[in-house]
Design a protein around this ligand. Structure first.
Ligand code: ZN
Length: 392
């Protein structure tokens, strides 16, 4: 591995457009962004990449990945498999946040955190939510606050399920206790302490979140509701939530079944939310990678299952640009700077001096991912994985 990489004459989306620049990567960090850099006199070996045919964007931040698998809603044989390293890197994802879901009995937080460490060793950056769908929350150390304060990888709690037939039907008081614990634990650890919320298709929709903050000192910003493109009613409720100051997340893994049943494609949801005047800093997308995508009939009976894909994250951003006229910088913002800010990951989601060298080179002609760097390491070149997971 070269200690130094110089990317020449590349159009930088930081994600705000910076124009054509030279970018220098060293020691896993972005150390210089400027013009006409020349390292020829350097005694340190370096590689040069001709960036003229590419856009340079931050590595993507996927705020919800079931990287130890999930599902099981149709019995043991429907538990989904684990994510592999290249599932993330080939999709440009260099930071993934792991979560449990419906099943916190056969899927455990110790396994989730172990997988997060494994992926970190393999090359990408990982964090986890403590808890799962259910309240009272499962934790590793006995409480949400302890997990947030004492576990470096723990950055929040979730995904807590509301308005869903698979939720624990949490009461207002239970949601308040979770929100308060995440707030205090986050403060003491210097983290955002966000509460990731799985929003189901139930008629109450986001009402439990409004009720939870009413009469408290906390705001809607405590919550990070996801699956807000699940159907037209949930999407409309999400726009209202964003107008009230909240942030919302759209899920990019989908099926033809979901789309036929009224799901708003994440790319379309992003475009419509921007058209409705919602700021890009309030809009993110996540893959829900390796979740099961249950196919229910109208009576709520399980008909089949598919598996969420991390690579759907960038595919949705690309579709937003190519099919819905979303500016490329905005599409990239929704999968980099926005989730990084919501999660409090200061070294992620931006191209700036001092940030981690998590980078994606997109071909300008067709917006396909060409190269990916994670913490300065060249993970993908010309669309092919240079680094593979231990068992790939
Ligand atoms: Zn969910």
């Amino acid at each position: 591995m070269n200690a130094l990489t110089l990317i020449k004459d590349i159009t930088v989306l930081a994600p705000s457009p910076l124009g054509r620049c030279d970018v220098v990567v060293a020691g896993g960090k972005l150390v210089a962004i400027g013009h006409d850099f020349n390292l020829a006199a350097s005694a340190i070996p370096y590689q040069t990449i001709d960036g003229r045919a590419f856009y340079l964007t931050p590595g993507f931040v996927d705020s919800l990945v079931h990287f130890i698998g999930g599902g099981g809603e149709g019995g043991f044989a429907t538990r989904t498999p684990e994510m592999q390293l290249t599932d993330a890197t080939l999709g440009g994802v260099t930071t993934a946040i792991g979560a449990l879901g419906t099943d916190a009995t056969t899927r455990t937080l110790s396994n989730l955190f172990a997988k997060a460490h494994a992926l970190e060793v393999e090359g990408i950056s990982t964090y986890c939510y403590t808890g799962s769908y259910e309240i009272p929350c499962r934790t590793l150390l006995g409480s949400i606050t302890d997990d947030l304060i004492l576990l470096d990888k723990c950055i929040g709690v979730g995904e807590i399920a509301i308005s869903d037939h698979r939720s624990s039907q949490p009461t207002c008081d239970e949601l308040r206790k979770v929100m308060a614990a995440a707030r205090v634990g986050g403060m003491l650890a210097g983290k955002r302490g966000i509460v990731s919320v799985h929003v189901g298709a139930g008629a109450r929709c986001l009402q439990p979140l409004y009720e939870a903050i009413a009469g408290t000192e906390l705001s809607l910003k405590a919550f990070y509701p996801t699956h807000m493109n699940r159907n037209a009613a949930v999407f409309a409720a999400g726009l209202e939530f964003a107008r009230a100051g909240g942030v919302i997340d759209f899920t990019t893994s989908t099926t033809d079944f979901d789309l036929a049943a009224g799901e708003v494609a994440a790319a379309a949801a992003l475009a419509q939310a921007l058209d409705a005047g919602i700021a890009i800093t309030q809009l993110s997308m996540s893959s829900d990678g390796n979740a099961s995508l249950p196919l229910y009939d109208t009576a709520g009976e399980l008909q089949g299952l598919q598996v969420g894909q991390v690579r759907s994250l960038f595919a949705a951003a690309r579709a937003a640009v190519q099919c819905y006229q979303v500016p490329l910088a905005h599409a990239i913002h929704s999968i980099s700077a926005t989730p990084a800010a919501i999660l409090g990951l200061q070294h992620k989601g931006h191209i700036r001096v001092g940030a981690d060298a998590d980078l994606v080179l997109l071909r300008q002609d067709d917006l396909q991912i060409s190269d990916v760097f994670a913490k300065g390491r060249h993970m993908v070149a010309a669309g092919q994985a240079l680094v593979k997971g231990t068992f790939e």
